[in-house]
Ligand binder design. Sequence first.
Ligand code: HEC
Length: 97
Amino acid sequence: MRKILHYTLAMMALSTTLGVQASGKSVYDSLGCSSCHGIDGKPATPAYPALAGKDVTWFVKQLKDFQSSVRKDPTMNAMAPMVVGYEQAIADYLSKQ
Ligand code: HEC
């Protein structure tokens, strides 16, 4: 997980340097969000909330609330800080699934 994260962050830094914004899908997939929330935000088990087809504004707020721990969940409080700057891109991508 840590290696994947470092690789992802390196790729994001490179993308930014090249002036290319990583897509919401690539961030979502490479950070392992899909391991719980499923491919394209459609989880295989009801243990995890579906993220497909949600309202963009609501989605971004949930991520920011997890980042600031206004919304508390140990897993998401750890995951959400990894997507700072990509909240909108991930929300846009998943809202269309
Ligand atoms: C290890 C499993 C796991 C991973 C990985 C994970 N999540 Fe979650 N996520 C959860 C759980 C469990 C909840 C429900 C938390 C709660 O009950 O408040 C949740 C909730 C959420 C919610 C709120 C959904 C709702 O219906 O209220 C969003 C948005 C979200 N996750 C996005 C992400 C994103 C984006 C990533 C990747 C950066 C991610 N999650 C990675 C387990 C995970």
